[in-house]
Write a protein that binds this ligand. Structure first.
Ligand code: ADP
Ligand code: MG
Length: 704
């Protein structure tokens, strides 16, 4: 259970003074996950982006134009707009010993201004000075305060992200109220580490960030180095690494049953493969065999660029497990991919007497029950499926290995859920997305890694060209010529996100259009089609019944039709680099040369231009991932699901890269010394896990 000291952090925002039913939804939009009401925690972890110094900065004569300044002034004179000129501004002249400034208000109410700026009184005004006809003026000051209100204003006002209807000032006020209510927490960080880095305590760090002494502390350069922000970022990283370390610690506990590979059975599978495994595939197979034989639970990441042949490695691993009388589950991110894997693996496995089944959300009723029975009885040795595998009624006779394909789509939660379906389940995670090292650390912690560094022999490089959409006719002719020589073609239409239906309509239209040229050779595949129709469209393309497949990005991940050698990507400028690389990875899988045509809408923006240039330059997924990181910037990379990063609120890839490895080491040490988190620091660390909502891992402790 969550420690009660955290309750004020998890309290609803509406418990704060001044946040009622009207403001609450605005705050939700600003700081909370979609669909979840904001909590005090969300507010205090929403850090300011800049600070504005509101101290009186000097006299009017010295005030620099173009900067925000605060002045102590005496009100001299009101000059309302002349009658009949409603659009003219209302002016108020104010002065100090050194000169005067005109405050300018458009559409202002006279009564309100007279109350705000009584003639003869002293007021504090804060805003930007401009020169107009050589005279100083300030249009719509940010603040107009009397001495009392000014004294209550903090020296430095934090500036927060904005959402419509919610000014940064209202946010600042709410944050102030929140900070008064949240308690200091028992320290979970190592004292020596805090001292070494000059990190303040957790709550002090919040105060220092939200109520800085100097505006400069919140400037972008200094914010990156600001020990208060770094402390909070480190907390978040440690919570993440600790959760991963807990998962790993439980995964690594003795499996109790070492699996010795049945070499006769493996030889049968090997013989059934239409190719010889590459050196790096063999190496990965050997590494997996060693893990399985070790008696420790396996937690291995198999990383290999698109087309490097990860599936064959998975098959060998699953065959080893089957040889020991246990079952395997292969998790795929999409329906299509699950079925493709099952169809591919079934005949190969059958040659060794092993049975393969597919299970996705589509399987219902009797067919589904048949598969469930087969899993429960052990008749099915290998099941390939989607999320449907996690459902409660899916039970195995003896699940020994979970293989997760294209892992970046799944989180730690899912890994835990699959592991729970068996006793001491070994885990193999496969990913094509080359993950930069720092990111891999944050996401996978310290999994063992096998890399497929070489592609199967005989692959030809892909020629990539970029053309403006205006040249569509030429492209259609070229595609036609390629089809005459027997080429199979993917034609990708983008998803534009506003409405999937609109996108589907665009794909449909393109297919109709191409049918006018190529008739029945044209197939169509998109996410809104019924499952069976998708299968059929895919199967017809794989068998060559259709030779041009118009598709949305549903083919992005994993789909394997080695005969396909041409890909046209429409509106290539709308895709990210990683996605273009994944898409292009669908061709160049056989021994024939392949061509990828990137059709773009001119004019191209800088980033799109750079992306397309990189695609033309290289096929190397690692290089592409690096360039992607550079182009996108760490912020977006961390923020997006697609990149495979867990959600970080505070940690910043660029500024806190050094902290990631430190957090990993720290987490490992903690788990070594205090595996159940029972010490005083362990207790505090549990609170940390809750605070950053990585507490799913705490269940492992109890179970353990
Ligand atoms: P990915 O790593 O992208 O998942 P796949 O496992 O789908 O790649 O393999 C891509 C293609 O390469 C498939 O058609 C597969 O049959 C083929 N393949 C895999 N290993 C080899 C090999 N050693 N030699 C030749 N072809 C191979
Ligand atoms: Mg694959």
């Amino acid at each position: 259970m969550r420690p009660s000291v955290l309750d004020p952090y998890f309290a609803s925002l509406t418990s704060l003074p001044g946040i009622g039913p009207k403001l609450a939804p605005l705050f939700d939009r600003l700081v909370a996950e979609p669909g979840v009401p904001a909590r005090v925690l969300d507010l205090v972890l929403n850090l300011p982006r800049a600070g504005i110094d509101r101290r009186v900065g000097g006299s009017i004569a010295e005030a620099p134009a173009g900067e925000t300044v605060t002045l102590a002034v005496r009100v001299v004179e009101h000059r309302p707009a002349p009658p009949g000129r409603a659009r003219a501004p209302y002016r108020v002249v104010v002065e100090d010993e050194t000169g005067d400034v005109t405050l300018v208000f458009f559409k202002a109410q006279r009564g309100w201004l007279e109350k705000l700026l009584p003639v003869g009184e002293t007021r504090f005004v804060s805003g930007t000075i401009e020169l107009w006809d050589g005279r100083r003026q300030m249009v719509h000051p940010d603040r107009i305060l009397d001495a009392r209100a000014f004294a209550a204003l903090p020296d430095v006002e934090p500036v927060y992200g904005q959402t419509e209807g919610l000014s940064t000032r209202v946010v600042a006020k709410a944050v102030g109220a929140a900070l008064e209510r949240v308690p200091a927490l028992p320290e979970w960080q190592d004292a020596a580490w805090l001292t070494r880095n000059g990190f303040p305590a957790f709550r002090d760090a919040l105060l220092r960030i939200h109520q800085p002494a100097e505006a400069g502390e919140l400037s972008p350069e200094l914010l990156a180095k600001n020990p208060a922000r770094r402390r909070l970022a480190y907390d978040e990283l440690l919570a993440t690494q600790l959760a991963l370390a807990l998962v790993r610690a439980q995964a690594k506990r003795p499996a109790g049953r070492a699996i010795a590979a049945d070499s006769a059975l493996l030889d049968k599978v090997r013989a059934a493969l239409p190719f010889r495994l590459t050196g790096s595939q063999e190496k990965a197979v050997a590494e997996i065999a060693a893990d399985l034989a070790s008696g420790q639970r396996m937690l291995r990441l198999l990383q290999g660029d698109v087309g490097s042949g990860k599936t064959a490695v998975a098959l060998m691993a699953m065959a080893m497990v089957a040889g020991a009388g246990r079952q395997s589950a292969l998790m795929a991110p999409t329906d299509i991919l699950a079925r493709q894997h099952a169809a591919r693996l079934a005949p190969l496995a059958a040659s060794a007497g092993l049975r393969v089944a597919a299970l996705t959300g589509r399987d219902k009723g009797r067919a589904r029950q048949g598969i469930l029975d087969g899993l429960a009885s052990g008749d099915i040795h290998i099941v390939v499926g989607t999320h449907a595998l996690f459902q409660d009624d899916v039970a195995f006779r003896d699940l020994g290995l979970a293989v997760v394909d294209e892992q970046h789509r799944f989180g730690v939660h899912q890994r835990l859920a699959l592991g729970a379906k068996g006793e001491a389940v070994d885990v193999l995670v496969m990913t094509a997305t080359p993950i930069p090292r720092t990111l891999a650390l944050t996401y996978f912690g310290d999994m063992d890694v096998s890399v497929l560094s070489e592609k199967p022999a005989g692959r030809q490089p892909i020629t990539t060209r970029a053309l403006p959409l205006e040249r569509l006719d030429e492209v259609v002719s070229a595609v036609g010529r390629a089809m005459e020589t027997g080429a199979r073609v993917y034609w990708i239409c983008p998803l534009v996100a506003e409405s999937e239906l609109v996108d589907v309509a665009a794909a449909q239209e393109r297919a109709d259009d191409l049918r006018r040229h190529f008739g029945a050779a044209v197939g169509l595949l998109h996410g809104k089609m019924a499952g069976r129709d998708k299968d059929e469209a895919m199967a017809r393309f794989a068998s060559g019944e259709t030779t041009l497949l118009v598709s949305t990005t549903v083919v992005e991940v994993g789909v394997d039709v080695p005969e396909a050698t041409v890909m046209v990507i429409e509106h290539a400028e709308r895709f990210g680099l990683a996605q273009l690389h994944q898409l292009r990875g669908r061709i160049g899988r056989g021994s024939d040369a392949s061509t990828c045509l990137l059709l773009y809408k001119a004019p191209l923006g800088e980033t799109a231009k750079a992306r397309i240039a990189i695609m033309r330059e290289t096929e190397d997924g690692f290089r592409i991932a690096d360039e992607d990181l550079k182009l996108r910037g760490e912020g977006e990379m961390l923020g997006t699901r697609q990149s495979g990063a867990p959600d970080f609120r505070l940690a910043d890839f660029a500024a806190d890269g050094d902290l990631i490895a430190a957090a990993r080491d720290d987490a490992r040490l903690v788990i070594e010394r205090d595996p159940q988190l029972m010490s005083a620091r362990g207790e505090a660390l549990r609170a940390l896990l809750y605070l950053f909502e990585r507490d799913a891992a705490i269940r492992l402790l109890r179970a353990g």
